[in-house]
Design a protein around this ligand. Structure first.
Ligand code: M6R
Length: 615
């Protein structure tokens, strides 16, 4: 994964790079490093740990220079330590590189370079790449840009790189394949980063490099973009950024995750704004309207995604099948890409991804396209790789999600997918007019209900968190639309509090997991009034008779479950199909409070990164 930042211009580079790295720390945070060039000398400081540790460490070097590059790492090759941190220098110490990605064939390349006398200090694939560039440059007497291009043509893998040559200190060479890279274009200055957040206060003009493109970012010269393979020149396409500074700051909240949980009423509204006109009975989404026939003629919809986005896909399976009667299958992108799946011309593949950069989902999309499927993306990050790789799509408009645990991405993905299901149902006539209008009306008022759910559940979630913060395990149960919510609740708890948690369909419990239940086992049961309420009540009885501790999510005013459960959390009433948008709120808050009480790093949990750009 990793985050990269570069600057070349007239300002001091160090503060720009450090601030940029802090904004990109969600991409990886096990080590960090910086390189600065002050006109004479190239200085590097790097360390295991976070960007704040780097700030301490880099007090040892002079921090001046108007050219700089920085890196925040999520280790792939080599443990997180000072030496394996980026930037890496070539043997001559003329070249410096930062890299996000994996060079898969680094071993044979390394062996070859060792034969030619190169010495390696780190265990990384990146140090191989910088020395390969050096070797090509020296052997063929090439300029840096050409040497990078020749070297990259020998490399198998994924990369977003910045390379600096102290012998040619007015340029940084950048390239991408499979990992994101944005270039901020200012007046007499350029910014380079994994996403645009490091430079939004300096410029709103950005160029997103496409796969297999490289650029020479040179002071006082127009940017030149080329294809790495055949050197063809590409016209730079400058996009106007939609992000603002406020969106990427905590805004008074202790953690990004909490801020993002509380943003849900507004962002759900942003998601359907201009698309859902409930009073007129209209849903219009450009990506669907333009491809309506394809959707209506689809034999099957295949959904590919990972993690929380996969859970949103499961909710969508229930909704789309129920509303449209189109068969839906949901696959982990990581399995799909490697299992020779049956993909037909009349299949539609929907790829769901918050970041739009998840390597497995991207690979699944490529496979689906190769097999002739029409691929529709549901992404949050505008201009991301998945949004560009898909034939059409719909953005979720959730705004930047920085906490590693996905929250608002999940609810906005469900909102988009529900609108798609409703639009298709209308066109197919698979929902009655009155049901269609009822769902539209209900979706329109869901943001107010999410707001109400936040107000109703936060304090009680905190109280329950205090009781269960030291648990070793936790079960989450739900049925129907709320089975995926049980999976999502369990994922939230395990990823940020490190408590083992499992989600199950409530009725499956008797086929095994019930053996786990004793008086130590908290069991979160999602039991809203709509849906399979009576069946869930029976499941609660089964847990109670085995002394499990029941935490039930119920509809406001429920009395039956209240009598059985140890703790209840009430949420507003809504339709069965939309209930995941409300039931998920107390589960997010419960995980959040437990993680805070356990002193865990909520926004940057161990071993994780926000955007998983490696397979
Ligand atoms: O950016 P994506 O939606 O493609 O990411 C997929 C997963 O990596 C992501 O949902 C992950 O599971 C989150 N940490 C869950 O909170």
């Amino acid at each position: 994964m990793c985050g990269i930042v570069g600057y070349i211009g007239f300002r001091e580079a160090y503060p720009i790079v450090i601030k940029g790295l802090k904004r990109l720390e969600y991409r990886g945070y096990d080590s960090a490093g910086v390189m600065l060039f002050d006109g004479n000398d190239l200085k590097v400081s790097k360390t295991k740990g976070k960007v704040s540790d780097l700030e301490e460490k880099s007090k040892e070097i002079s921090q001046s220079g108007t050219i700089g590059m920085g890196h925040t790492r999520w280790a792939t090759h080599g443990v997180p330590n000072d030496i394996n941190s980026h930037p890496h220098l070539s043997n001559s110490e003329n070249l410096a590189i930062i890299h996000n990605g994996i060079i898969e064939n680094y071993e044979p390349l390394k062996k070859e370079l060792i034969k030619r006398g190169y010495v390696f200090k780190s265990d990384t694939d990146t140090e191989v790449l910088v020395n390969l560039i050096e070797e090509v440059k020296k052997k063929e007497n090439l300029k840096l840009g050409k040497a990078v291009q020749v070297a990259l043509n020998q490399v198998i893998g994924a990369y977003a790189i910045c390379v600096f040559d102290k012998q040619k200190p007015d340029e940084i060479v950048v390239a991408r394949l499979g990992s994101p890279l944005a270039i901020g274009v200012g007046k007499d200055e350029f910014f380079i980063a994994s996403d645009a957040s490091p430079f939004i206060e300096y410029t709103s003009n950005a160029i997103y490099l496409e796969d297999e493109e490289m650029a020479i970012v040179r002071l006082h010269k127009p940017l030149k973009i080329r294809k790495i393979k055949d050197d063809t020149i590409v016209d730079p396409y400058i996009q106007e950024l939609q992000m603002n500074l406020e969106q990427i700051e905590k805004g008074g909240y202790d953690h990004f995750m909490l801020k993002e949980i509380y943003e849900q009423p507004n962002v759900i509204k942003d998601t359907y704004r201009g698309r859902l006109l409930a009073n007129e009975g209209i849903i219009k989404m450009a990506g669907i309207e333009d491809n309506l026939e394809k959707f209506l003629n689809a034999d099957r919809i295949l959904i590919v995604a990972c993690g929380t986005s996969w859970h949103a896909g499961l909710v969508a399976e229930y909704i789309i099948e129920e509303f449209t009667r189109i068969p839906v299958e949901v696959e982990y992108a990581s399995e799909f890409r490697y299992r020779n799946p049956i993909i037909n011309k009349n299949d539609i593949v929907i790829a769901i991804s918050q970041s739009g950069e998840t390597a497995d989902t991207l690979a699944a999309i490529k496979l689906a396209k190769e097999n002739g499927a029409f691929v529709f993306g549901v992404c949050n990050v505008v201009g991301s790789s998945i949004s560009r790789e898909t034939h059409a799509g719909a953005y979720t408009h959730a705004g930047p999600e920085i906490g590693v645990a996905s929250t608002k991405a999940f609810t906005t993905q469900i909102t988009v997918l529900t609108m798609i299901a409703l639009r298709l149902a209308k066109a197919k006539g698979t929902l009655s007019n009155s049901d269609f209008h009822r769902h539209l009306q209900e979706l329109e008022i869901i943001p107010e209900k999410v707001q109400e759910a936040l107000e109703m559940t936060n304090e009680v979630a905190k109280t329950i968190a205090a009781k269960f913060k030291d648990s070793q395990n936790c079960l989450y149960l739900g049925r129907g639309y709320n089975f995926p919510v049980a999976l999502e609740g369990a994922l939230k708890l395990k990823e940020i509090s490190y408590i083992h948690a499992e989600g199950y369909p409530a009725a499956e419990m008797k086929h095994g997991p019930i053996a786990l239940i004793d008086e130590q086992m908290p069991v979160v049961v999602i039991a809203p009034k709509q849906g399979h309420y009576d069946k869930v009540v029976s499941n609660i009885q089964e847990i109670k008779s085995r002394s499990g501790k029941i935490i039930a999510i119920v509809t406001k005013g429920d009395t039956q479950v209240r009598d059985l459960a140890d703790y209840v959390i009430e949420i507003p009433d809504t339709s069965d199909a939309l209930s995941p948008l409300l039931t998920t709120i107390p589960l997010q808050l419960l995980s959040y409070h437990i993680a805070v009480m356990r002193d865990c790093n909520v926004d940057q949990p161990r071993n994780l990164a926000k955007s998983v750009t490696v397979e």
